[in-house]
Write a new protein. Structure first.
Length: 93
């Protein structure tokens, strides 16, 4: 015995966004923005970090913090919607 297949509905049977249930929305950068933060492995060398940096810039990201990156081994970026993520240099030895 289990739940019948199909979309899940709130207890009142109405789809979310109708009735007393608010519509579900992805977090926005200007309101309740950071609910998840991703760290991406950009490689173990600075050359790999530079390649990943150029790639995310080409995809529309913008750096938020490039200060002292050699000391930190990571750079913080925002995606085009403003959600933060990091490219990290990780030693794979």
């Amino acid at each position: 015995m289990g739940r019948p297949p199909g979309p899940r509905r709130p207890p009142d049977g109405l789809p979310a966004g109708r009735g007393p249930h608010p519509a579900r929305v992805w977090p926005r950068a200007d309101h309740n923005g950071q609910q998840l933060h991703l760290d991406f492995d950009a490689g173990s060398t600075w050359a790999e970090m530079d390649t990943a940096h150029e790639r995310v810039l080409a995809l529309g990201a913008r750096p938020l913090d490039e200060e002292d990156r050699e000391k930190k081994d990571f750079v913080v970026y925002a995606d085009p919607a403003g959600h933060p993520f990091c490219l990290c240099r990780i030693d794979h030895r």
